[in-house]
Design a protein around this ligand. Sequence first.
Ligand SMILES: Nc1ncnc2c1ncn2[C@@H]1O[C@H](COP(=O)(O)OP(=O)(O)OP(=O)(O)O)[C@@H](O)[C@H]1O
Length: 692
Amino acid sequence: MESEDDRDEILLLLKRALAKVKTQAQLMITIDNILKKLVNFSQATLLSCQEDEGTYRIFFMDRASGGSTGYSSYNESISRSYSFCDNLSELVSNADTARIYDIRTFNLTTAPQWVKLNYASGARELLIKNLPGPGDSKHTLILFADKLNSLTDAHVQYVEMIAVQLGEAINNIAVHEAALYRERDKASLLKFAIDLASVRKKEDLEAAIFNILDQLMGIKLSMIRLIDDDRITLVPYLYDKNAVFKDDELFKKLLAQNITIDEPTSARVLNSDEPVVFNIEAEQKNGNSSPYIMLWKKAGKKQMYGARLRIGNENIGTLWLLVNELNTELMRGLCSQISVAIFNIKANQKLLVYQKQLETENDLLKEQINTAYNFSEIIGSGPRMKKVYELMSRVADSNSTVLILGETGTGKELIARGIHNASPRKNKLMIKVNCAALPPNLIESELFGHEKGSFTGAFEQRTGKFELANNSTLFLDEIGELPLELQVKLLRVLQEREFERVGGKNTIKVNVRIIAATNRNLENEVATGKFRSDLYYRLNVFPINLPSLRERAEDIPTLANFFLNKYCGLSGCKVSSIAPKVLQQLKSYLWPGNVRELEHIIERSILMASGNILREVHLPNTKQNDTQAIPNFNQTIEEMERSHIINILKQCGGKISGTGGAAGVLAIQPTTLHSKMRKLNITKREYLNYTQ
Ligand SMILES: Nc1ncnc2c1ncn2[C@@H]1O[C@H](COP(=O)(O)OP(=O)(O)OP(=O)(O)O)[C@@H](O)[C@H]1O
């Protein structure tokens, strides 16, 4: 070493350089480049000691000086936390004044890994000095030399002379790093906010959490739970699918469980204005036996952060993060952004449901507009229809369930719409379900709706007709076709006015007026076990029997003229009246298809007509006295079976067996047919007469 002046100059240079240090790397370079000119060491190590915890970390180990940095275990040995072993704690506690030691002061077999590495790379002597500085953590400088007696009292003095500046440099590094972290957190939070602003779906939120929180900020989401509509249950919403404990049985169990807002650990978070830090060991010591504490312990974490998610003044859920250290301010920022994102996702989901509902209502409205003529007029002024009108006006104002009975085409839907339009619910759309038009497995979802994923093909949530008909009327057409298993569910809605969507847990309450219709004889259906008697009684509160057209033949001319005007108006034809002979013909026809059939026949006949009087109608080629084709509600099952067999026998020209025989058509054995004919007393005259 040169002259004293030189040394003073180096010391001054060193102090100035240390005053400018902002990073660990700069500190290492300064020590390596300048301190080495004063002290004869080969490698510098700086320990960061947490005395109260009895642990320390390696703040840095001078890579520039080579030595142990070449060893493969170097990285591992400097990144972990160590407990003080006997010798080192003694050395550190005596190092407020710089001291020199032989490296063998350490018991090298039990010494920490990094000391062993230094020994292996040639270190034989060390100088140790605790650096002054603020805060709980203390820093200790250790300079290693390759030969014994290389370090001298002069070196001890130099180290003493720069200890304060070294301590300040370390403090400056900490301040600088904290500022950098703050900047980084701010930038990440901003990026997170930008990403979250466009979040519309849960998957987007999941991606933003993964990309920013996890990748950029090193914060692992453990779980987000949301408070359910019942305001009590905390339902799992999002969790880290790659979490260390993802396969843990306890985690799977917890995931499957809905807990309530009173669960103590969650309640603490929900009731706290500030994010809550759970020190796992302390929690256990204090007797917190929550399964979550056990899970976090299993995950090897010392701390867990919980914070409530909130919109305005309302708690909406809890957020749980696994992170080594987290600034509360940052956590608050994350929580409010995640809360807003969840609010947006939910609002978006609601919008989609409303949109779907509007689309459905729009379709129904269009359908209603297309048949708008139905509402304006119900034709028929005979006594049978007058009775119907009287019943309609009696029941319209109430909320009573109405059961409309009548053959096909008698106008059951028209009457249902008439009741709805005369009721206080008329400003809302009447919703119709045709129970015969859908396969049994879809009717349930049609009536009650379903949750997304509740069955194969349920790609999105669907609102059922019961919900759509809330505060309106639900017209259940062809109720007699409803499968038995759904009859039970319908009964429950009729009794309790509440139901659940398919695959859903929430009970939905509705205010729906029911009008049901059927062309079946429900009493017979009940007797044969095809229709539940309890449902029948629920529906049969206010029955309206619609007369068949043949029972009100007096209305046929008015109806015929009504349809003539309607279709002539539509097609622009010139026919303006119907010949009396035709009206007579129409009156004596039996109309198995009732008004619908009459409507179709008039429509067809107008197209074929010439001149302005309708002189001919094309009625189906059946004999007018053939009553077999018309269902008769007063028939017993036996009578119906008898008429059916006679009809088939007529169609088969009386042939019983062989090709084209009645037994083949009825899919029974000829012997069975013979015995049935005997039992039902069917004579040849009845079916052979017809064909002659
Ligand atoms: N009294 C009536 N006045 C005018 N049109 C009628 C009348 N009754 C029925 N119609 C017409 O007949 C057609 C069939 O009526 P609707 O669909 O209401 O019968 P329905 O009894 O419900 O039939 P289904 O049992 O086959 O469902 C419709 O076009 C309807 O407008």
